[in-house]
Design a protein around this ligand. Structure first.
Ligand code: SF4
Ligand code: MG
Length: 329
């Protein structure tokens, strides 16, 4: 299968008080046509910065290096003008809080039409018809009325549907959804995830699903990468990762994910928090929270290596010759 997206060695650096911090550190990934890749981790692990880096939406603060190929096109060499055509038409993003990306002073109809008129060269009447068709496709009843509404008049779930309609308006090959359901209540969450799934299967769109919730990954993704402190620490197909997780952080994440079907008992939570880039330890970045840490873990950050045919993992436990005694146990 062809790769819609190929990223290698993506590093995004922010500078603070003349010091440079790698918020995304050497990220490599690919997404096949029609495939859904999950990127999962706690907040502050670099997932959102990674997605904004892919879209070149970081502004002047962050500096991104490495290589991003979208359908063979070198994204990091594109001018801002070229990027404006790529965003929306080639890849589009769905954010957690639609209010931050919807324009509060324009009606839904007007802001959706603008993109179509700009990217697809449509005239007003044609774009109106298309917008109403798109709104209907994302499950909005009375699309004719919603066309004339302002964003604040809609519920959170409706706004997210509008965002999805906007994102798919120009039929992008890749959708990047950053915590698209986090702000919604559980029933609406399920509906929005289902909608994203439908979009994928009907249009053959590839998806990157960014989330802190492994339940969301289980429901929507084919493969998953777990990020911790700016780096990928494990990657596998979803089934393998959930059934046979390797990295102690992944194991902790799974144990702290509520089982939707089993009701909510007391949940495990991983002690401590993700270090900020200023605090990255010298060795394994998870070592201060890891009950399997060994002396080598405190000295050297392990590489991301294939553990077997199904999983890549960044942990000394799987790098045979270095096995030793736990230090935090
Ligand atoms: Fe734990 Fe060491 Fe593996 Fe890091 S490398 S996750 S500290 S065992
Ligand atoms: Mg985020």
């Amino acid at each position: 299968m062809t790769h819609v997206l190929e990223v290698s060695g993506l590093t995004t650096t922010f500078t603070k008080n003349e010091k440079a911090f790698k918020v995304v550190d050497d990220l490599s990934l690919y997404v096949r046509k029609g495939e859904a890749l999950g990127i999962v981790g706690e907040s502050g692990c670099g997932k959102s910065v990674a997605s904004l880096s892919l879209m070149r939406l970081l502004g002047k603060n962050g500096k991104t290096e490495g290589s991003i190929l979208l359908n063979g096109q070198k994204i990091l060499s594109c001018s801002e003008h070229e990027m404006q055509n790529i965003r929306g038409k080639e890849m589009a993003m769905i954010f957690q809080e639609p209010m931050t990306s919807l324009n509060p002073v324009l009606t839904i109809g007007r802001q959706m039409s603008e993109g179509l008129e700009k990217h697809e060269g449509m005239k007003r009447a044609q774009s109106k018809e298309k917008v109403i068709e798109l709104l209907t496709q994302v499950g909005i009843a009375r699309a004719n009325e919603i066309y004339h509404e302002y964003p604040h008049r809609l519920s959170g779930g409706m706004r997210q549907r509008v965002m999805i309609a906007m994102a798919i308006a120009c039929n992008p090959k890749l959708l990047i959804a950053d915590e698209p359901t986090t702000a919604l209540d559980v029933t609406i969450q399920a509906q929005i995830l289902q909608l994203i799934q439908n979009v994928r299967t009907e249009r053959g769109t590839s998806l990157i699903m960014i989330t802190h919730d492994l339940g969301v990954v289980a429901e929507t993704c084919d493969r998953v990468m777990v990020m911790y402190a700016g780096q990928v620490i494990e990657s596998a197909d979803v089934r393998t990762l959930l059934r046979n997780p390797k990295h102690p952080y992944t194991i902790g994440l799974i144990q702290s994910t509520p089982h939707r079907s089993k009701g909510q008992k007391r949940l495990y939570s991983i002690a401590g928090s993700v270090p900020t880039p200023e605090e990255y330890p010298q060795g394994c970045r998870f070592a201060p929270r890891c009950d399997k840490a060994m002396p080598v873990c405190l000295e050297q950050n392990p590489q991301l290596l294939a553990v077997d045919q199904a999983s890549d993992c960044r942990c000394w436990l799987y790098q045979e010759h270095t096995k030793g005694t736990a230090v935090n146990a």
